[in-house]
Design a protein around this ligand. Structure first.
Ligand SMILES: CCCCCCCCCCCC(=O)SCCNC(=O)CCNC(=O)[C@H](O)C(C)(C)COP(=O)(O)OP(=O)(O)OC[C@H]1O[C@@H](n2cnc3c(N)ncnc32)[C@H](O)[C@@H]1OP(=O)(O)O
Length: 128
């Protein structure tokens, strides 16, 4: 299903999912405290990149089974964020990955680790 309310990210996937890169500029209405991006949005971006590591590694739909996030510095809204994820470990039904959100000048905003598990094709988004 097309989702016009989503972040419309276009993940760059390298080496079969070993590395995933996403760019996103969250809009002003996604702030929590004044001009500071809500932590849930940062978690979503980390989740998105980590999940794509899993999807690309298993080459099938996959979901986040676990996500741990550390918020290191506040992020402004309306500024481009860079999200890099890297595969750490692969087992039969579990991919572990780490990810970081940074600003263009390299400032570290948030880091996370996650575990992703494959699910059946029926999880894949469908057209109405
Ligand atoms: C084209 C457009 C694309 C579009 C792409 C869009 C990308 C969107 C990305 C969004 C990502 C998300 O938000 S995903 C949505 C949020 N996540 C979810 O909704 C997931 C909800 N949870 C589940 O569906 C389920 O719990 C699963 C599938 C994760 C696991 O269920 P299960 O298959 O029944 O597995 P279960 O019996 O619990 O466990 C099986 C084995 O895995 C182990 N295991 C389970 N969880 C863990 C864990 N966190 N850490 C270690 N091990 C674990 C168990 O110990 C067990 O080991 P053993 O006993 O076998 O040794």
């Amino acid at each position: 299903m097309e989702n016009p309310f989503g972040f419309q990210v276009k993940p760059e996937i390298k080496n079969g999912g070993e590395f995933v890169y996403i760019e996103c500029t969250p809009a002003e209405h996604l702030q929590g405290w004044a001009n500071i991006l809500h932590g849930g949005i940062l978690s979503t971006l980390l989740d998105e990149a980590i999940t794509y590591v899993g999807i690309s590694t298993f080459n099938q739909p996959a979901v986040t089974a676990q996500l741990e996030v550390r918020f290191r510095n506040p992020a402004p809204t309306c500024v481009k964020l860079h999200v890099c994820a890297e595969r750490i470990k692969v087992s039969k039904r579990l991919v572990e990955a780490k990810a970081a959100v940074t600003l263009g000048d390299g400032t570290l905003i948030a880091t996370g680790t996650g575990k992703v598990m494959p699910v059946s094709e029926s999880f894949a988004p469908k057209s109405p």
